[in-house]
Design a protein around this ligand. Structure first.
Ligand SMILES: [Zn+2]
Length: 134
């Protein structure tokens, strides 16, 4: 048996960040990502945290060629709507793709990736993106 404290700390933290934590409305049952305090469907504030499935299907996508100025150096990039296995729809960047080989309907999975670097301080933001399953 492996004791929890024998797992390297870096790995544990990485695992936590990898989780897709969304919100679920206790009133109408809608689940969404990212987590918000107010339900986008019914306006209820009774929201609980849920772990969403990391796999789903790419419903639609679009190639962003003229992004907001903060993201200019990353253009072109792909943004899509992913439907997770529980039906939750997520707007996210699609990564590891050759844009003209991407197809709607492919199976995708969440990965933890760099979003962008900010200015001279070099602050790097990380977040969830999706990539086609191989
Ligand atoms: Zn609701």
């Amino acid at each position: 048996m492996v004791k929890a404290n024998s797992i390297p700390r870096v790995w544990r933290e990485r695992t936590i960040k990898y989780r897709l934590i969304g919100g679920k409305c206790k009133k109408c049952g809608k689940s969404f990502y990212p987590f918000r305090r107010i339900c986008p469907r019914c306006g209820s504030e009774e929201i609980e945290e849920v772990h969403l499935p990391r796999e789903g299907k790419l419903l639609y996508y679009t190639v962003i060629r003229a992004p907001p100025s903060d993201f200019e150096e990353y253009a072109p990039y792909v943004v899509g709507i992913v439907e997770l296995k529980d039906g939750t729809r997520v707007l996210a960047q699609i990564t590891d793709v050759v844009e003209d080989q991407l197809e709607e309907g492919v199976d995708v999975e969440a990965v933890f990736r760099k979003y962008r670097e900010q200015g001279k301080e070099g602050i790097i933001e990380y977040g969830i993106k999706f990539r086609p399953k191989t």
